[in-house]
Write a protein that binds this ligand. Structure first.
Ligand SMILES: C[S@@+](CC[C@H](N)C(=O)[O-])C[C@H]1O[C@@H](n2cnc3c(N)ncnc32)[C@H](O)[C@@H]1O
Length: 316
């Protein structure tokens, strides 16, 4: 008998407050899968290389936190014996379960699905080898999340926090200028407590995330396709305080083709619609028309900047 989705272990914890990236705010997983960048193998290799540098590293259980529909888990399952998949928004881990088990054929016994937030998890202390927070920490109470992940990890385990921002158009300055105006319009509309919390975190390329030295070591911050400038992550003026500590390592990787692509006007419209709040196309029709004219029906080169923060849980 094929494994049924209901056979997977699922725990539901009711959410207390409004959550980021909810269906109510316009999150749409079908569009997300069509228009967001696909995490390339090199993204995972950087994580695995970092984790391997710790001689005591083990590869038993990964935790994909804020997993959404499970895009990161799909690859993690190729490297870890088991993956815990968690997300607090109702229905998201159920969808992840369907896509990972029914559609991708991963074994039910290797996955555990939890409907819960990053700040307080039911995962047992000291059991996780690598915990990943991809495109999600800005929706959380970051201090509580980093502390909680530290509780879940084994000593010597790795925390991995990542954020890709809006791609830039390369080789067509006029189109980049209009694309930027579209995102300025997005920023104007992206208000309210959740977004006022999220922007100061992502706008710094995660330099506002603190990894306390009593719990973490070997903190490594990697910036890909940022042109040596953290301003590339800045979408507006809501910027958080820099919490980078002396001794943390910074690596800059430029011209990473794995985070580059060729895209047309339909893709630019689809991509914007994957960010909450969603701006109806008709609201900014003049800008779309201008971008369309500047692209002239052709595809244009894009590069996506991405920030990755990796750290190791210290031995007590
Ligand atoms: C943009 S999606 C990222 C999905 C996936 N990790 C990826 O990289 O594509 C952001 C996710 O963060 C989740 N999220 C929102 N609040 C959260 C919280 N407090 N703790 C953990 N995840 C949260 C949302 O439900 C959503 O699935």
């Amino acid at each position: 008998m094929p494994p049924s989705a209901t056979a997977a272990e699922t725990t539901a914890v009711p959410a207390a407050k409004e959550l980021g990236f909810s269906a109510k705010q316009g999150a749409n997983w079908s569009e997300y899968l069509s228009f967001r960048p696909i995490y390339p193998q090199s993204f995972f290799e950087r994580i695995y290389d970092y984790h391997s540098n710790n001689s005591s590293a083990t590869w038993d259980i990964a935790h994909d936190i804020g997993a959404g529909c499970g895009v990161v888990t799909a690859t993690l399952a190729g490297r870890f014996n088991k993956v815990t998949v968690s997300d607090p928004n109702p229905g998201y881990v159920t969808l992840a379960q369907k896509l990972l088990i029914e559609n991708s054929g991963l074994e039910v016994s290797r996955l555990r699905f939890l409907q819960e937030g990053a700040e307080k998890s039911s995962v047992r202390s000291g059991t996780i080898d690598v915990a990943l927070l991809c495109e999600c920490i800005h929706w959380t109470d970051t201090e509580a999340t980093i502390r909680e992940v530290g509780r879940e990890l084994r000593c010597g385990g790795s925390i991995v926090i990542t954020h890709y921002t809006v791609p830039r158009i390369v080789g067509n300055a006029g189109a980049q200028r209009v694309w930027k105006l579209i995102w300025d319009e997005y920023s104007k509309r992206a208000n309210g407590p959740l977004l006022d919390h999220a922007f100061p975190i992502i706008n710094t390329g995660f330099e506002s995330l603190e990894l306390p030295t009593d719990q973490w070591e070997n903190v490594t911050r990697i910036y890909i396709n940022s042109q040596g400038d953290l301003g590339t992550f800045r979408m507006n003026d809501r910027v958080g305080e820099n919490k980078v500590k002396q001794g943390e390592k910074r690596l800059w990787v430029e011209g990473d083709q794995d985070w580059s692509d060729e895209k047309d006007i339909a893709w630019f419209k689809g991509y914007l619609a994957t960010w909450v709040p969603v701006i109806p196309e008709s609201d900014i029709q003049d800008l779309w028309n201008e971008l369309d004219a500047l692209l002239g029906g052709a595809k244009v080169h894009i590069e996506t900047p991405i920030a990755m923060v990796l750290a190791t849980k210290k031995f007590n």
